[in-house]
Design a protein around this ligand. Structure first.
Ligand code: TRP
Length: 336
């Protein structure tokens, strides 16, 4: 079927927004036609920081529903939550015995997340990247779509794969390549064009949530911070206007056009005229996803069944790979 295998993971966080959709999810959907695709909701990663059990469950189901509603086809992709496939955690242990403290000490995400109170961070938060390497290599994935913030973890995954290969057999693991989107849709806050759209920003008006009703979406776009200049005819002229640039980027990404093409169409428009057109585009994209998400979430038993099914398919790939790791390491097991 396909030569190349994509693996990617997403944290089960509630409140998915347009930035998550345009930045990652839409890309995952598109990859299905060119690759074998395995998508994982990384609940084991989530518990590296404290989680409330009820929230974790709901967030996992919401992310699953959102992925399916957005176009992840569970008949062609494998979709599951990480904790249902124990091979991830087991391979992560093997990698804990390959990766070096020095490598993990360089990880900027740990430094940021642990903050000043490093003594109080969980061991899991520190070992986060070896679990991520296990996620990817348990399937011998060749390609990994990642955002900028995860590039360093993917580099570490390659280092682990190389170290394992030189210890136990060249070319055991492929070295996974990043897939970095050419038209990087970096969606910024509607209140501040310099910071990323985020679920943790206090003002709800800074983001479009995937479950916002149409009226609220229009309101939020109407209130989005802009300036009083008309739109120029090229993207260079927007360098000093981050809020304007963000709205153009959003429109471009939603309509699969380049920013320059969008500007050619709208140059000379003021925001009073442009914003309602943008709102219409956002609503056209989000409203079917929102409705489908709600439909999927109304039958949790069926949704859980989909994840169990995905986990079984995932395990059937990961299990023989893990078994062969164990064999080359020298563990006694029934499969020789
Ligand atoms: N660490 C990734 C993030 O926070 C999520 C993730 C976990 C992941 N395992 C992965 C991404 C494997 C790609 C491949 O976004």
């Amino acid at each position: 079927m396909f030569d190349d295998r994509v693996f990617s993971g997403v944290q089960p966080t509630g409140n998915l927004h347009l930035g998550n959709y345009l930045g990652a999810i839409k890309n995952w959907v598109g990859l299905q036609k060119d690759y074998e695709t395995i998508y994982c909701i990384v609940d084991l990663h989530a518990i590296t920081v404290p989680q409330k059990p009820e929230n974790l469950k709901v967030a996992t189901q919401e992310v699953a529903a959102c992925l399916i509603a957005s176009g992840i086809d569970v008949n062609s992709s494998i979709l599951f939550n990480q904790s249902q496939v124990p091979q991830h955690a087991e391979l992560a242990w093997l990698f804990n015995c390959v990766a070096r403290l020095g490598w993990l000490n360089r990880m900027t995400q740990f430094k940021e997340k642990a903050g000043k109170n490093r003594e109080n961070a969980t061991v899991g938060l520190y070992a986060y990247p070896t679990l991520m390497a296990a996620d990817i290599l348990a399937y011998k994935a060749t390609h990994v779509p990642v955002g900028d913030d995860q590039k360093q973890h993917l580099e570490l995954t390659r280092d682990i794969a190389m170290a394992f290969n030189s210890m136990f057999g060249e070319s055991f693991f492929p070295l996974p390549e990043p897939i970095i989107k050419k038209t990087a849709a970096r969606i910024m806050s509607l209140r501040d064009g310099a910071s990323k759209m985020s679920k943790s920003e206090t003002s709800d008006y800074s983001r479009i949530n995937l479950n916002d009703e149409d009226d609220l979406i229009s309101q939020k776009i109407k209130k989005a911070k802009t300036d009083s200049e008309p739109l120029p005819d090229n993207i260079k002229a927007l360098e000093e206007r981050p809020e304007a640039r963000n709205l153009i980027g959003m429109y471009a990404s939603l309509t699969n056009q380049s920013e320059n093409t969008v500007l050619l169409e709208f140059s000379g428009y003021g925001f009073g005229k442009f914003k309602p057109l943008l709102a219409e585009c956002v609503i056209n994209t989000i409203s079917p996803i929102r409705n489908e998400m709600n439909r999927i979430l109304s039958d949790k038993a069926e949704l859980n069944r989909i994840l169990v099914d995905g986990a079984e398919k995932a395990a059937s790939i990961a299990d023989p790979i893990l078994a062969s790791c164990k064999r080359v390491i020298g563990f006694v097991q029934s499969v020789e």
